[in-house]
Design a protein around this ligand. Sequence first.
Ligand SMILES: [Zn+2]
Ligand SMILES: [Zn+2]
Length: 250
Amino acid sequence: MNYEEFSAEKCQSLLHIQEQFKEKINLDSYKNWFYDGESELLRLYNSDEDEIYFRYVPIGTFSLKLRTWMWSWFNTSSIEKSKSQLLAIKEFGVQNNYEKLKEGTFPADEFDGWELSAICLHLLNGIGVYKVNSGELEKYMLLMQIENRDSPEVIKFKKQTIECGKHGYSRPAFVCQHLDLETPKGFEEAFDTEKGMELGEEDDFQAWCSDCEKIRLQHDGWNEESEKHTGITLICENCYFELKDFNLTR
Ligand SMILES: [Zn+2]
Ligand SMILES: [Zn+2]
């Protein structure tokens, strides 16, 4: 079977499965979504009571700007451990010489996302597919199972996170009151950070501007006096890394 025949068959099958899946869990009734790459959980919700959790495997992303597809196994900024499952898709692509399954990234269109998701659903035994849009990226997720709301994973997920108006639930981070997305002010950190990195029990994402750094040095570190100027503010991890990108001047 060539790739066109194979993918057309899987798309037909996805249409059928996805329709039943949507109906069964009333998928379209949920207005909001949030996913956490670390716990690999997707939460769909309308309120704290009206919610559902899924365990997911990241399939890949379609860039609306670059018009390219990128498999999650190829994507270094994708932190989900389960993305290694996608290597089976790549392997299958190598065996059958299906280009789109072999290449990490390539020029694509909107349709490719669904087509490739359909193939993953079939080969990895998912229960459905979900797509989220964040900015210029469409992220496709293969839903593996419904996660019980009382499961230890969900409880942990809720405990570790704060709710951000812009990003939904993410891990907490702390910055000085001066950092914003208007004027770059420098970005000094307690330690080198990377989005999605694992944190020790004692560690928090913490950053402050160049002015705060001057004051900190004058006081030989943080104390009551130097912290007065800082005005520590709680934000979410995603906001933190937006600030880092914008304020860090190399
Ligand atoms: Zn500051
Ligand atoms: Zn945020």
